[in-house]
Design a protein around this ligand. Sequence first.
Ligand code: 6PG
Length: 243
Amino acid sequence: MENTVHVFEDSKSTAEAVAQRIFELAVNKSNKNDFFNMAVSGGSTPKQLFEVLAEEPYASSIPWQTIRLFWVDERCVEPTDSESNFGMTYDSLLHKHYIPVENIFRMKGEEIPADEIEEYSEILKNELPERNGFPVFDLILLGMGDDGHTASIFPNNLTLLKSEKSVEVATHPISRQKRITLTGKTINNADKVFFLITGSNKAAILSSIIKKTPESLKYPASYVGNYLNEVEFFIDKSASLKI
Ligand code: 6PG
């Protein structure tokens, strides 16, 4: 795993740095008359990024018609539920209607999980290029929980890293909430993978992952890298305290 670590003063400047990279990547694809296929995660850190993207300078500079939006994972709830990752993305960005509705590919948390993973896997097959038998995203944007989980791949279910399916059903280890999640092989097949991680509560685990300590093997986030085994971390000073 080739780690590139970018450290910023605080969570806002970290989100702004990721927004700038998304802008650059989307413009690059727009210039090639191609779509920019991006999968986003839930959580408070990605939320801050969506709020930055919703405002200037990105509101009027990003080629929004180029972006096709997918999800990394979703809680098995209605899209209007406060737990919904789609709902959070709608409230922080999608309510601005910059992205054409036909370019928004929502994981349907309200459906039967076993059915939705097949449905979403089919959507990925139809909408995205394929490499090594798995769909290829231009960018997958990940958060990391303070237990080292990423997407909805939790430490008690590392098998989701090796699943031959592109999308699987996961279960939150504490709440037992069902989730829909991209699998490790789908995530690691992306052209680019960005982690957006802030806060001192992530510092110890993040340090273990970046230093590749034996303990890091417990954490799903330590198994993540793009198809070339590269990953970029966008973190704030608080999260970098133990590196
Ligand atoms: C989810 C997310 C999850 C999240 C991390 C970070 O559905 O909960 O996809 O992987 O990105 O838990 O969340 P915070 O940014 O809120 O710490």
